[in-house]
Design a protein around this ligand. Structure first.
Ligand code: HEC
Length: 195
């Protein structure tokens, strides 16, 4: 009988161990994944989470403007001047340019950043910088730097798991480098007359 109880305890211990082990795999998905599979997951996340909506310049297609994959994730093109900002419209409305890479609102004018692996993108960033940018909304991932402006939805992305953020970073670091120095944000001039 003693032997049986001993065996039972050993068995339940094993079951508990396996369950808690599975548990940790569920809460930390992808922990055992290779770098290649993290890059694949990062690509999947970047595509499905719509980073290209703002970060890729657009080209015309029969369906209307679509992301230009030759310039994938390279941000607002430095060579593309903005149309004149309609002060009356910007008083009551947010303005988006037609490529969805430049934005005017109460925060001023913001431009989607270059997030390719080029030096003018995030090529020189460390993983820690990327985490600071997305989790704390800090430009260039600098803790003491300026806040990242709208409409970058970083407060949503801040809730991604460490593994997902790491995957996105690895994927961005693996992208084709595209040199493009995005303009600095402009002051909130378009909001004249706003209370
Ligand atoms: C609705 C538009 C929009 C979407 C969608 C978007 N971004 Fe952004 N993002 C921006 C804008 C605009 C900026 C630059 C804001 C600024 O200058 O402060 C930015 C900035 C960034 C920065 C900081 C770059 C720097 O140089 O400091 C990173 C990193 C970034 N985005 C990554 C992403 C990723 C990854 C996704 C998808 C998961 C994404 N963004 C989706 C608009 C967007």
């Amino acid at each position: 009988m003693k032997k049986f109880i001993g065996l039972l305890l050993a068995f339940s211990g094993f079951v508990m161990y396996s369950c808690s082990n599975n548990q940790s795999q569920i809460t930390e998905p992808g922990t055992n994944l290779t770098k290649d599979s993290l890059i694949k997951r990062g690509e999947y996340l970047v595509i499905t989470m719509g980073c290209e909506d703002c970060h890729s310049p657009k080209k015309m297609s029969p369906q209307g403007p679509v992301p230009d994959h030759d310039l994938m994730l390279s941000g607002h093109p430095a060579s593309m001047p903005l149309p004149v900002i309609d002060a009356a419209a910007s008083k009551n409305w947010l303005l988006f340019n037609q490529g969805l890479t430049a934005f005017v609102g109460p925060w001023g004018t913001s431009y989607a950043a270059n997030i390719t692996s080029d030096d003018s993108g995030i090529g020189k960033w460390t993983e820690a910088q990327f985490f600071t940018a997305i989790r704390q909304g800090k430009s260039k991932g600098m803790v003491n730097g300026r806040d990242i402006l709208p409409p970058m939805p970083w407060p949503n992305f801040a809730r991604l798991t460490d593994t997902d953020l790491k995957s996105i970073f690895y994927f961005l670091q693996s992208t084709k480098p595209i040199s493009n120095v995005v303009p600095s944000p402009g002051p909130p001039q378009g909001m004249l007359g706003m209370k």
